[in-house]
Design a protein around this ligand. Sequence first.
Ligand code: N0T
Length: 526
Amino acid sequence: LLLAASQPVLSAELPRLVAKDGRHALLVDGQPFLILGAQANNSSNYPDMLPKVWPMLDRIHANTLEMPVAWQQVEPKEGQFDFSFVDELLKQARANDKKLVLLWFGTWKNTAPSYVPDWVKLDNARFPRAKKPDGSDHYLHSPHARTTLEADKKAFVALMQHLKKVDAENTVILVQPQNEVGSYGNPRDYSPQAEALFRQPIPPALAKATGKSGTWAQAFGKQADRAFNSWYMARFIDEMAAAGKAVKPIPMFVNAALHSPFGEPDPSSVSSGGPQWDVLDIWKAAAPHIDFAAPDIYSREEKTVSAWLDGYARADNALFVPEIGNAADYARFFWAVLGRGGIGFAPFGMDATDFYNYPLGAKRLDEETLDAFADKFALFSRIGQDWARIAYAHPTWGVARPDDGSSRTTQMGDWKIEASFEQWQFGHKDWTWMKRDPVPWAGKPVGGAAVAQIAPNQFLVAGDHVRVTFSPGPNVKNGLMLKVEEGRFQDGQWVTSRVWNGDQVDYGLTFNEKPALLRVTMGSYK
Ligand code: N0T
């Protein structure tokens, strides 16, 4: 008995990512888990700030907090570690019934060394900055410095060792080593050491993954500097992730500062070396210990955001949005993420520490802004596990209102599905008198829907500010919408609370401000 009591708590199943048929799930305690996340502001990683964080997560029905842990905070003096903030964070996360995603702010935070300890910042001989072509220092720490990698890795591994010791119950479900890496204004290190590497043929693993050959310049042309920096930053981070996972193997990911998805990027004006969609193959080949790369979304344009999401939702890359602006008009992209089988979504800057990153996000977190996220999260906080389980096994589709408010259609199996916007719940917006009285949100960037095909003739639908219409595709004779049930899941089983009929279905299934969950059954007669 005594012996048993002194044993540590039997560790639960580790969180892990699984993939099947091009779809992904994050398993938490062995079950698919949908991250309804919120990221704290950059300087909220202190015990005194935590009381300003949890109420915000509860307000928007988030189940997961993304919080920085800074190298300078845990290793202020070399070799002396202080994980007291991590301990407090874990304790409070459990008390508040939240999961955690830890963001390791180390050598690169938005590319800069702002979060490294002073003893790193001030020792440019041991931890050298990258060089510009003219030989002067760029602000960036060079990814080619073994000493920098060893020092950062040591601290990161210490964090993972600490987690192994104090987090047997796996409150931490994901770890992000570094933040928005890359280099601004100087696409790569031009030091003599880096120049020598740049003149060599590309690494065999990269040649194999991309089918390219020759030197970096030969293989990647105008994007060669970016490709080179991507490879070496990814190798640096992969070595950290591998060392961390050797201690505690939980999923790790990287996030990307994004540029326009249209047209060729200028390596000097993007975050060169970061895990953007157009260099993802390089990152995959260089960093096999990184489970996925993730887009940080700070565009409010649907066509831009959809292109980004498409760039990350791949059979070899789970879609997760670890950051998205916290203004109301970003909330509609939740539907687009779910529809692409995303494993989670997290608005950035969700705490009450009086900082707002407008124009990226909201000017203020007023009630309307919070509701835009909270109403969606509230529904999925009840069905998130069910949705994640279903989305792992079934086709999904989702849309956010396009910039011009036009409708979107798709076909799933035999059935056509249309999402249209700015409809009252009764009738049609094209009717003359309806044109004179548009919905209050007409012209505003709100609305969207997500659909899962749970059986050939059956769908789950959720959305807000949207009308979803199901109709027979060209191969169906005498097809019809048979039944529309509003309901929920209980212990994994569908429970109908009522059947929608009459006015509720005659013009389509029209959701207003409050998201709802429907199960739609289609049929046909002979
Ligand atoms: C994000 C966040 C935080 C006008 C910005 C976005 C977070 C980092 N960076 O609040 O700093 O830690 O990951 C960069 C987007 C820059 C766009 C500037 C255009």
